[in-house]
Design a binder for this molecule. Sequence first.
Ligand SMILES: Nc1ncnc2c1ncn2[C@@H]1O[C@H](COP(=O)(O)OP(=O)(O)OP(=O)(O)O)[C@@H](O)[C@H]1O
Ligand SMILES: O=C(CO)[C@H](O)[C@H](O)COP(=O)(O)O
Length: 290
Amino acid sequence: MSKKHPIISVIGSSGAGTSTVKHTFDQIFRREGVKAVSIEGDAFHRFNRKDMKTELDRRYAAGDFTFSHFSYEANELKQLENVFRQYGETGTGRTRHYVHDNDEAELYGVPPGEFTEWAPFEDGSDLLFYEGLHGAVVNDEVNLPQHADLKIGVVPVINLEWIQKIHRDKEKRGYTTEAVTDVILRRMHAYVHCIIPQFTQTDINFQRVPVVDTSNPLVARWIPTPDESLVVIRFKNPRGIDFSYLVSMIQGSWMSRANSIVIPGGKLDLAMQLILTPMIERLVLESKRA
Ligand SMILES: Nc1ncnc2c1ncn2[C@@H]1O[C@H](COP(=O)(O)OP(=O)(O)OP(=O)(O)O)[C@@H](O)[C@H]1O
Ligand SMILES: O=C(CO)[C@H](O)[C@H](O)COP(=O)(O)O
């Protein structure tokens, strides 16, 4: 936690929708005049695409079938923790980009599967925004949530998460369904051990639930739309959350537990604005007073 230089950490598996959620945050930052600097979790992968393949082959030959981008060891989590710590203390730090596809290659001038050079954050930011796989990991080496002031989980139910990943990886990154299915299978061990434990560390989880049949996610022809889904929003600590205000403002919503509200999928953006804007305002106000 850093009152002076706050950090927001948005955590989700690959294809969960963290980049989509970042868009909503960007709108709030713009409207509220908040200057944020951002980190993508993929910037902290340990290997470029070619070296990752070599490392995977080496581990396979040695009988390790559980290694993947979800594994702690495939990522520079200590470096990430150092960036969180440094930003919290001084408001400075650095990041880079992992380039996934040709569009990003054109944007960053680096081929797909490579990293850009490290570059310092712009000076004078109000907060740091992280979005990625590992922003709330606690293990023997790191404790990331202790540095973050607001932790958000983006966790569609698993069939939907797979559909979102398969469609995004096919359309934007040029992979086949079979290749994405292999990746999902290979990542399952680390999904259970490295990804999901984080969602008990998060302050708020947004869980999209389809209300159409997704029994076979591998053959779904499109991603269930917002109108074909509900979102469960769960607050770790419901104290101070004005549920009656939220339920009255978000048409069609209801409380399913004392700390959870269910909203129609199409109201996700509105719900995020209503819930997150005052939280972000408070973080920035307190940072200016610290
Ligand atoms: N609320 C939503 N409603 C409908 N589609 C969504 C929603 N959230 C995400 N998607 C779709 O799911 C796919 C994956 O989303 P996104 O790129 O945001 O995932 P991600 O978590 O950032 O993935 P990665 O970390 O691997 O880059 C995209 O095609 C996106 O349009
Ligand atoms: O989205 C991901 C993790 O969040 C990617 O799977 C990871 O960054 C590796 O990318 P690629 O398979 O394109 O080299």
